[in-house]
Design a protein around this ligand. Structure first.
Ligand code: GCW
Length: 667
């Protein structure tokens, strides 16, 4: 029976080890659901289903456990406990039962999934004592899904949301989507693209959204919408969308009220404004703060929030796009309504395979800054390249901004501990679609999983998460899982080596897939690869030191020190900050040109190593999943060579040097 990947990491395979099974069965004589509510109800339903698969036993659900032992108790904690946040959970042994408790229904659900995961990982019950609270409050997915079912930068089929069937028909898959998210602690979802259609603000769509929200609610997930800033004009028929216009403000207030009538726990708005041609407050000479605060005012009577994106840059060939978000947003610090969170992409440009952290982090102490990661592989080979992203997320979160001295990591900015933010957020641009296996590439499921786990606890290691995911999803066999985890952990560096080594970025034009490092005349001046890599007869790379754009000045001196001198800049960041001569000798002993060639060639060859690791696991894998990944790795191998050759041949026209000995020149 082939595995179609639909069940993700929630497979609940039968426990075969007899003594372990006996241990689990000791606690499987009843499930006591001692609290009421839809979310707790979901928890006990999940537990019932999970145990029936794990243990082959249908465990009955009761609502009390007085004097009984040998069961699993789901219960709300009463009384103040400062160590536990509302959504935190505790799992303990007490009175011969496993007790899953929390101050909130959400926490009970999260604890239940953790208990199930514990059994999926085949860990003992003896001494069981787990407790955890999320480090970030809003943990959400951003879908870039359009009303016509297409997904911007989506590579796993069409949208999960079937707008034409809603609200009457509610696809059962929405429930499985909600289960998967809740199982990793995600508590919010923005259903539509930030390049937003005003249609989502119409009554017709609000009731459709409400039908999806009804499903999400049962799993502790709030529903959000992206909004089109000019909707008062295009949908409301007003003459303006000026955020300071009283009629415009009234329109949004009424709109938000309409939404809350249908969705009483609505999460809020996500806004892309004055970015890549989207309308915004600057169209009326107003600021981002004016726009965001107008929306925040409309949410005053409710719990909802406004998430305002900082992804902005202008089509100016003489400006450095790297600096744009900082320049527009830092002067607004302190001007935003408390309901606003500014959402910042991890890097200053745009989800490149490797970027330095965005200099906005740490520089807006009075404004909650949320993190935006991209789970979908827009710049990471779509659904044919295997790239495990946890190391990308971690690299950014662990970066030290030095804003309050050493140890002021990006993670501490985002989790609010550095500046005392009242509201904290981590968002991931979803990689889901209606492919049977959700993400197209089976290994891309790990990126969804990893995002969720890190949004809950950014201190988890990439390796820990990979081990978990492989055990839950692919195989219990230790040796096989060792090979796969190794493959996953190296996959990002391998991709960088054949795609954008040494700090190169954006070798692409519109589609963001094929190698296009050459100049694209006639497009926007900043939408051509040469704007980013600056190849010329002297060398390669973007000078962002004081002799160039001086973007480095946006960082604290300790950070500048790391990147200021080309001799000391770690090689992964070299060309982000320096224009380096082709013949310059690097710390590896090779010239820039030779080092580039080495990376392109070894990167492409390392895909063969990935194939070998995957093959070594073959005997322990489901044949269908094995074959799917094996075939995608073949595509990746072919495309890695394509990348290598395109770059090498192109850069050679500037470097005018032969391919170093030992590497077979492209034909
Ligand atoms: O990465 C770029 C993408 C656009 C995207 C934009 C953004 C949703 O190429 O497709 O638009 O970023 O993040 O707004």
């Amino acid at each position: 029976d082939g595995d179609d990947g639909y069940r993700l990491w929630l497979k609940y395979e039968l426990v075969k080890n007899a003594s372990l099974k006996a241990e689990y069965l000791k606690y499987a004589t009843f499930i006591a659901q001692t609290a009421e509510g839809d979310i707790v109800q979901s928890a006990s339903r999940e537990l019932h289903m999970g145990l029936s698969k794990l243990l082959g036993k249908s465990v009955h659900v009761t609502n009390s456990f007085e004097g009984k032992s040998g069961g699993i108790v789901l219960k709300l904690e009463s009384g103040p406990d400062p160590t536990q946040q509302a959504e935190g959970y505790r799992i303990q042994l007490a009175g011969g039962n496993i007790v899953v408790s929390s101050k909130s229904e959400n926490g009970i659900l999260y604890g239940t999934f953790v208990l199930l995961r514990h059994m999926q990982m085949r860990l003992p019950v003896k001494g069981l004592s787990l407790a955890s609270s999320p480090k970030v409050r809003f943990r959400m997915l951003n879908h870039w899904d359009n009303p016509d079912g297409t997904i911007e930068r989506g590579y796993a089929g069409q949208s999960l949301w079937k707008w034409y069937e809603l609200p009457e028909r509610v696809d059962p898959r929405y429930t499985d989507y909600a289960r998967a998210n809740a199982s990793v602690g995600i508590n919010g979802t923005v259903l539509n693209n930030v390049n937003a259609s005003a249609r989502f603000m119409s009554q017709e769509y609000i009731v459709k959204v409400a039908a999806v929200a009804n499903v999400m609610r049962k799993y502790g997930i709030k529903t959000y919408l992206s909004v089109y800033f000019a909707a008062p004009k295009t949908l409301g028929g007003l003459t303006t969308s000026d955020p300071l216009d009283p009629q415009v403000r009234a329109w949004w207030k009424e709109k938000v009220a309409e939404i809350y009538k249908e969705i009483p726990d609505f999460g809020g708005f996500l806004v892309k404004a004055n970015s890549e041609g989207e309308p915004g407050p600057q169209d009326y000479g107003r600021t981002h703060a004016d726009g965001a605060n107008m929306l925040a005012e409309a949410f005053k009577p409710y719990d909802g929030i406004v998430v305002w994106r900082a992804f902005v840059y202008k089509a100016d060939p003489n400006a450095d796009r790297f600096k744009a978000a900082y320049e527009e947003f830092v002067p607004l610090d302190g001007k935003f309504d408390p309901k606003v969170i500014v959402q910042v992409k991890n890097g200053p440009i745009d989800f490149q395979p490797r970027e330095p952290f965005s200099p906005l982090f740490g520089n807006m102490p009075k404004t909650p800054l949320g993190m935006e990661f991209q789970i979908t592989q827009e710049y990471l080979g779509f659904a044919t390249h295997a790239v495990y992203e946890a190391p990308i997320f971690k690299e950014c979160l662990d970066s030290d901004t030095y804003v309050n001295g050493e140890g002021s990591t990006v993670a501490k900015v985002v989790d609010g501990s550095l500046h005392g933010y009242a509201r904290t957020l981590m968002a991931g641009v979803a990689n889901t679609g209606n492919s049977r296996n959700w993400t197209g590439h089976p290994l891309a499921q790990a990126n969804w999983y990893a995002f969720g786990r890190l949004s809950w606890d950014h201190q988890l290691s990439s390796e820990h998460i990979a081990h978990e995911w492989v055990a839950l999803t692919l195989t219990e066999n230790q040796k096989a899982s060792g090979h796969i985890v190794k493959l996953m952990l190296r996959s990002r560096e391998i991709y960088v080596d054949y795609n954008t080594p040494l700090g190169l970025s954006r070798p692409w034009m519109g589609v963001h897939f094929a190698p296009e490092p050459w100049e694209n005349k006639g497009s926007r001046p900043d939408w051509t690869a040469i704007y980013y890599h600056r190849a010329d007869s002297v060398g390669l790379g973007f000078d962002r030191t004081a002799s160039g754009s001086n973007a480095l000045a946006q960082y604290r001196p300790q950070v500048q020190q790391q990147w200021n001198h080309s001799d000391q800049t770690p090689l992964p960041y070299l060309l982000w900050f320096h224009h380096v001569r082709w013949d310059k000798k690097l710390s590896t002993g090779r010239s820039l040109w030779a080092e580039l060639c080495t990376r392109f060639y070894t990167g492409a060859d390392s895909v063969v190593w990935m194939q070998q690791q995957w093959d070594l696991a073959k005997g322990s894998l489901d044949p269908q999943i094995y074959t799917d990944v094996a075939e995608r790795l073949k595509v990746q191998r072919r495309e890695a060579i394509w990348w290598r050759d395109a770059w090498v041949l192109y850069l050679q026209t500037f470097a005018r040097q032969p391919i170093p000995a030992g590497f077979e020149p492209p034909k």
